[in-house]
Design a protein around this ligand. Structure first.
Ligand SMILES: C[S@@+](CC[C@H](N)C(=O)[O-])C[C@H]1O[C@@H](n2cnc3c(N)ncnc32)[C@H](O)[C@@H]1O
Ligand code: SF4
Length: 384
């Protein structure tokens, strides 16, 4: 179960570090990444300097999660990961039992690297499996095949690291059968956590164009909806509970760090494009790597956004972030907002969502139904 929501100021904080280096760029990916590793040493120094700039502001806060995301953090030599984590531990109060996650690509996982990550203090690895069908993987430029992904999951299962696997529903060339096989393969590979994303085809020109030119290569919306509902049952039968739109976990294995984003707990973000929520302010670093390095070498945090939230914005966030979680949010909270909203159609629509089974009341809370998650973007956008 996800722990009960605590008031943000007292909640233990989370620390995110963005590591943008990748061996190549996958066709569907719009994250801030680079395939040019020449700045890697300077970048790691810059993250250390940024940590030093932020540390004073974070004095007094306790962190119980660290998330090294990317990019491909597993591409860095394990001793660089160890150095980074040691540096963070020396500057921030990171609790003994903190969840420390590293994102890894299957081709980087080997018994020696898994052992070295563990030594460095990593205790959770999130692997980008994406699919267990070779043709689907090569079509989007993944560097691993299904056998390599299976081997990576087996290695991690042996290593004692808690493991999560990502899959994408809607990849070009994917069929109902191949998706079912990927899902069953992942669920049976010893993972404790699964993230399943619907392919966002508008994220890159290449995939957008491919879908426009070859619509037959893509599962229809109806097929995806059918698989989505079926997938919830498959995972439930194998002991995974659906706790957030895209996330399933075995009991107690929910991603502690990611839950902080949906519960609006304080988080710091270091590195190019990193976002944070700290002291009631939303902040984001610049997304351009050269600018990030330049600003840090000038002794400044490279913030592109630094804004206090108004009380009204905070209420909206509580609704549209909280509704992503399967626990939902208190009915009185969403209803007070809907009644007071300037959007005169919102009350009618809200009643409609309940009547149509898109939202449901459970205890004193309102949440999405499994079917409702499929149309959640449209609903959530009304609260943004
Ligand atoms: C930061 S990314 C990548 C982590 C890691 N480098 C990898 O490739 O496995 C985290 C996850 O976002 C998902 N993702 C990236 N682009 C996506 C898109 N356009 N649509 C849906 N999911 C996407 C992928 O499942 C990926 O594993
Ligand atoms: S999906 Fe992962 S490996 Fe591929 S480009 Fe994006 S961050 Fe890099």
């Amino acid at each position: 179960m996800i722990p009960a929501k605590v008031d943000a100021p007292q909640a233990a904080a989370g620390l995110y570090v963005h590591l943008p280096y990748c061996a190549s760029r996958c066709e569907y990916c719009a994250f801030v990444v680079t395939t040019d590793g020449s700045s890697r040493g300077r970048y790691l120094d810059a993250v250390g300097r940024e940590a030093a700039l932020v540390a004073e502001e974070a004095a007094g806060a306790t962190f119980d999660s660290v998330y090294c995301g990317g990019g491909t953090p597993s591409l860095l030599p394990p001793d660089a990961i160890a150095g980074l984590l040691a540096d963070l531990r020396s500057r921030f109060s990171i609790g003994e039992g903190a969840e420390v996650t590293l994102e890894a690509n299957p081709e980087d996982v080997a018994p020696e690297t898994a052992g070295a990550w563990r030594e460095a203090g990593v205790n959770r690895v999130s692997v980008g499996v994406q699919s267990l069908a070779d043709a689907e993987l090569s079509a989007v430029g993944r560097r691993h095949d299904a056998a390599r992904a299976r081997a990576a999951l087996a290695t991690l299962a042996q290593s004692g690291l808690s493991t999560s696997g990502d899959l994408i529903l809607g990849l070009p060339g994917q069929t109902r059968e191949s998706f079912r096989a990927s899902l069953a393969g992942l669920a049976e590979a010893g993972v404790e956590h699964v993230s399943i994303y619907l392919l966002e085809t508008e994220k890159t020109k290449t995939i957008e164009e491919d879908r426009r030119l070859h619509p037959d290569r893509y599962l229809s919306d109806d097929a995806q909806a059918e698989l989505w509902l079926e997938m919830g049952e498959t995972l439930a039968a194998r002991g995974f509970a659906h706790y957030e739109i895209s996330n399933w976990a075995r009991p107690g294995r929910e991603a502690r760090h990611n839950v902080k984003y949906w519960q609006r707990a304080p988080t710091l973000g270091l590195g190019v494009s990193a976002h944070e929520f700290w002291g009631g302010r939303r902040r984001a670093n610049v997304s351009n790597l050269d600018r990030y390095l330049e600003e840090i070498s000038g002794g400044r945090r490279p913030l592109a956004l630094d804004q206090p939230l108004t009380a009204a914005e905070a209420v909206r966030e509580e609704i549209f972030l909280g509704l992503r979680l399967s626990a939902g949010i208190p009915a009185e909270q969403i209803e007070a907002f809907v009644v007071g909203s300037e959007d005169v159609r919102l009350w009618n629509d809200y009643e409609g969502w309940l009547a149509e089974g898109i939202l449901e009341r459970i205890g004193g809370n309102v949440r999405f139904t499994e079917r409702g998650y499929l149309v959640s973007n449209g609903v959530l956008s009304r609260f943004v």
